[in-house]
Design a protein around this ligand. Structure first.
Ligand code: THU
Length: 137
């Protein structure tokens, strides 16, 4: 279980992730910080492309960084978006989260990293398509 202090720390790191977002088309700056069970944190910002469909969300950037470094068991991901609204991941990112388990935490923050709420992956994806489905389990 993450303490509230750790959650706030992760939100601040997500704000740092947003600093390197490349979002010249939407100007919608998103940041993410995913924490592995090892305790290591990986940052991400959304990276857009002039061929819009090649854009990748902040959450997936952070998760890809972790997975490509060998970390697949996650404790939590913090997500921050522009303004004072809570930021929650898009459906594609939610599916990517499901790939790595249902029982981890998505912490939502505003632009400044203020805590706005949290949900587990299974709360965000109540009827998930899980890896074991391919095996008929
Ligand atoms: N975006 C994210 O990075 N994460 C989300 O959860 C929602 C959307 C990005 C993608 C695109 O660069 C911009 O926000 C506008 O959709």
């Amino acid at each position: 279980m993450l303490t509230q202090e750790k959650k706030l720390e992760l939100l601040k790191l997500a704000v740092k992730g947003a600093e390197n977002a490349h979002c010249p088309y939407s100007h919608f700056r998103v940041g993410a910080a995913v924490m592995g069970r090892s305790g290591k944190v990986y940052l991400g910002g959304n990276i857009e492309n002039v061929s819009y469909g090649a854009t990748v969300c902040a959450e997936r950037i952070a998760i890809w960084k972790a997975v490509s470094e060998g970390e697949k068991d996650f404790e939590a991901i913090a997500v921050v978006g522009p303004g004072t609204k809570e930021a929650y991941p898009c459906a594609q990112c939610r599916q990517v989260m499901v790939e790595f388990g249902l029982d981890w935490l998505v912490i939502s923050g505003d632009e400044q990293g203020n805590y706005m709420g949290e949900r587990t992956v299974s709360e965000l994806v109540p009827f998930p398509f899980v890896p074991s489905a391919l095996l008929g389990e």
